[in-house]
Design a protein around this ligand. Structure first.
Ligand code: AP5
Ligand code: MG
Length: 241
C-alpha cells in the first residue's frame, strides 16, 4: 500500500525542506508545485509564461492549471509507491480534485500534516533565505557559530534571494495563505489521518515529530481502509466486528 502525504503550512514553514528529506528517506516521489512552476518559468514554457507575473506578485496560479500538473504527475509509474506533496493543494477546489485523484489511484490513504510556525518566524526565515541560481535548492542553514555558505553546497552555483522573498511579496503571500489555503485545515481537520506538527523547532526535532505522526496516521488510515474493504465485501461481517 502506498504512503501518500501532503505537507501543508504557510510560506516559510519548512514544507520544502521536510518534504524533500522525508521523500528521500522513504524512497517516495516529492512533488513541489512551486519548484515545478519555477522550472517552467526558467524554461519559458506556456505554463511558465502564465505563472510568472502571478508568482512574482505572491498570488496563486489558477486551479485548473495546477490540478492538471499534479494529476499528470501522480498518475506516472514512479508515483505509485507513494508521494509527498509540497505546496499542493492550496485551495479547497484543489483539495477536492486531489481526493478524486487519490480515489482513482486507489493506492493507500492520504496523510495530511499541517506544519505550524508563528508569523514573525516565517517572515524572519523568508527574509534571510537564499536559493541557488543554478539548481534552485535552498542554501543550507549555517551551523551555530559558523558563517553562512557563499555558494550552493550541491552544485557550487551562486546563491541569490528568491524573487518572491522580498518583504512586500512575502506579506502578500501570507495574506493569500490566510484567505485561500488556511480554510483547508477545516476541510481536513475531521479526518483520522490529519496531524499538526510544531514547525518552530530545530530541523531535527521537526523531522522526528513529522516521522512519528506520519507513521501513526498511515497506520490509522490503513486500518480504516481495511475496515471499509470488509464492509464492501460483507456488510454483516463488518457489523459484527
Ligand atoms: P512555493 O514555492 O510552494 O512557496 P511557499 O508556499 O510560499 O513556501 P516556501 O517555499 O517559501 O516555504 P517552505 O514552506 O517550502 O519552506 P522552506 O522549506 O523553503 O510557491 C510559490 C508560488 O508558486 C506561490 O506563491 C504561488 O504563486 C505558486 N504556487 C505554488 N503552488 C501552487 C498551487 N498549488 N496553486 C496555486 N499556485 C501555486 O524553508 C524556508 C526557509 O526556512 C529556508 O531558508 C529553510 O532553510 C528555513 N527553515 C526550514 N525549516 C527550518 C527550521 N526548522 N528552523 C529554522 N529555519 C528553517
Ligand atoms: Mg517551498
Amino acid at each position: 500500500m502506498g504512503l501518500n502525504v501532503i505537507m501543508m503550512g504557510p510560506p516559510g514553514a519548512g514544507k520544502g525542506t521536510q518534504a524533500g528529506r522525508f521523500a528521500r528517506e522513504r524512497g517516495l516521489l516529492k512533488i513541489s508545485t512551486g519548484d515545478i512552476l519555477r522550472a517552467a518559468i526558467k524554461a519559458d514554457s506556456p505554463v511558465g509564461l502564465r505563472a510568472k507575473t502571478l508568482m512574482h506578485r505572491g498570488e496563486l496560479v489558477d486551479d485548473a492549471t495546477m490540478i492538471d500538473i499534479v494529476r499528470e504527475r501522480l498518475l506516472q509509474p514512479d508515483a505509485q509507491p507513494g508521494f509527498v506533496l509540497d505546496g499542493f493543494p492550496r485551495t479547497v477546489v484543489q483539495a477536492e480534485a486531489l481526493d478524486r485523484i487519490v480515489a482513482e489511484r486507489n493506492n493507500g490513504p492520504l496523510v495530511v500534516v499541517d506544519v505550524r510556525v508563528p508569523e514573525k518566524e516565517l517572515v524572519r526565515r523568508l527574509a534571510s533565505r537564499l536559493i541557488c541560481s543554478k539548481c534552485g535548492a535552498n542554501a543550507e542553514l549555517p551551523k551555530a557559530g559558523e558563517p553562512a555558505a557563499a555558494r550552493c553546497a550541491r552544485c557550487g552555483g551562486e546563491l541569490v534571494q528568491r524573487v518572491d522573498d522580498n518583504e512586500q511579496v512575502v506579506l502578500e503571500r501570507l495574506k493569500v495563505y490566510e484567505r485561500e489555503t488556511k480554510p483547508l485545515v477545516e476541510f481536513y481537520r475531521d479526518r483520522p489521518t490529519f496531524r499538526i506538527v510544531n514547525g518552530a523547532q530545530g530541523l531535527e526535532r521537526v523531522a522526528h515529530e513529522l516521522d512519528t505522526v506520519i507513521d501513526d496516521a498511515a497506520l490509522v488510515g490503513a486500518k480504516e481502509a481495511a475496515a471499509e474493504a470488509v464492509k464492501a465485501v460483507s456488510p454483516e461481517k463488518a457489523a459484527r466486528a
